[in-house]
Ligand binder design. Structure first.
Ligand SMILES: Cc1cc2nc3c(=O)[nH]c(=O)nc-3n(C[C@H](O)[C@H](O)[C@H](O)COP(=O)(O)OP(=O)(O)OC[C@H]3O[C@@H](n4cnc5c(N)ncnc54)[C@H](O)[C@@H]3O)c2cc1C
Length: 290
């Protein structure tokens, strides 16, 4: 079978999707697509792609049943530019191959992340990791101070380099708002995990926007697989055993036994469930052995 060419993905290749004030996501290359997932899943049955309907049913079946290896056959390579503090979160996803710009080899550019005023919000009171909804007082002034500090530090960095100090040590005082760049390659299965974690509302806004741009590329490369990901993972809700008991109590007309923080978490899941958008159901796939 020839190399998969996906017209929607071809159209995205080399396009910079702008993210934050100076960053981007660029799809450099891809390997495979829906066709490859279907071919590799059907290798055991000795048949290739079938009708759109049957292929879609198979892909949904695979995603729903966590038959993940066919999704690993699809690989996406990105070139991305993001602030170092975003890269620090990103790099925790170990199932990737990456190559980052070297601050030992090159002079780092004078490019720092400056938050948009509407991101300048107070510390959240109920989530120690997050920002709240309210704007912080004096946001414009704080932004101006951030910019002054960034300019100051960069001037010193340049001065150290002019004095002949090695780049690898001169960079030590640069802040984590500095932009970095890397090539990042991940298979579709692990990319879905990355997207699930980083598009979630609990992820920091500054990485969420990168995940959303990458999701656009994933959708272009493998639209049926992305749809199945949305259906069975992104749009699904997982209840704990205790939450299932609470759900069961509610369904039988009893009072919700949960209270406090567990109740708040349960409510959040219920809200996600109630907000679920209807999607066209795929046909049911029945494996040949059944
Ligand atoms: C909202 C949010 C908040 C977070 N807060 C923190 C924080 O405060 N502090 C912090 O340190 N981290 C934090 N993290 C990072 C988090 O703990 C994970 O490291 C990160 O999300 C990567 O997930 P992963 O390991 O599943 O991904 P990957 O590294 O891509 O791995 C995918 C899967 O492969 C398997 N795997 C990969 N490598 C190994 C290995 N070496 N051994 C065994 N199995 C492996 C695991 O099953 C894993 O789930 C946070 C993440 C999120 C989304």
């Amino acid at each position: 079978m020839a190399r998969s060419i996906v017209p929607e993905a071809e159209a995205l290749l080399d396009q910079e999707i702008k993210v934050l004030d100076k960053g981007f996501v660029r799809l450099v290359d891809y390997l495979g697509g829906d066709e490859r997932i279907v071919q590799s899943a059907r290798v055991s049955y000795g048949s290739g792609t079938k009708s759109y309907r049957q292929d879609r049913a198979l892909i949904h079946y695979l995603m729903r049943n966590e038959h993940t290896s066919p999704f690993e056959q699809v690989v996406l390579t990105f070139h991305t530019k993001m602030p170092i503090f975003v890269a620090r979160q990103w790099v925790r996803h170990r199932t990737a191959r990456l190559n980052e710009i070297s601050g030992r080899y090159s002079v780092m550019r004078d490019e720092f992340y400056v938050p948009d005023p509407n991101q300048m919000r107070v510390q959240s009171t109920d989530n120690k990791q997050a920002r709240g909804d309210e704007a912080v007082e004096g946001a414009e002034q704080i932004i101006a101070e951030m910019q002054t500090d960034q300019a100051h530090l960069y001037r010193h960095y340049e001065g150290m380099i002019e004095k002949g100090l090695a780049r690898e040590i001169a960079r030590a005082n640069l802040p984590i708002s500095l932009y970095t760049e890397w090539y990042w390659q991940m298979d579709f299965h692990n990319l879905c995990r990355f997207l699930m974690l980083r598009m979630d509302s609990h992820a920091q806004y500054e990485i969420r926007v990168y995940a959303e741009a990458m999701a656009k590329c994933a959708r272009a490369v493998a639209p049926m697989a992305y749809e199945a990901f949305e259906e069975h993972i992104l749009g699904s809700v997982r209840f704990s055993r205790t939450e299932c008991e609470a759900l069961s109590a509610l369904l039988s007309g009893k009072a919700n036994p949960l209270e406090g923080r567990p109740l708040a978490i349960f409510q959040e899941k219920m809200n996600k469930m109630l907000a679920a958008a209807p999607a066209e159901a795929p046909e049911e796939f029945v494996p040949p052995s059944q």
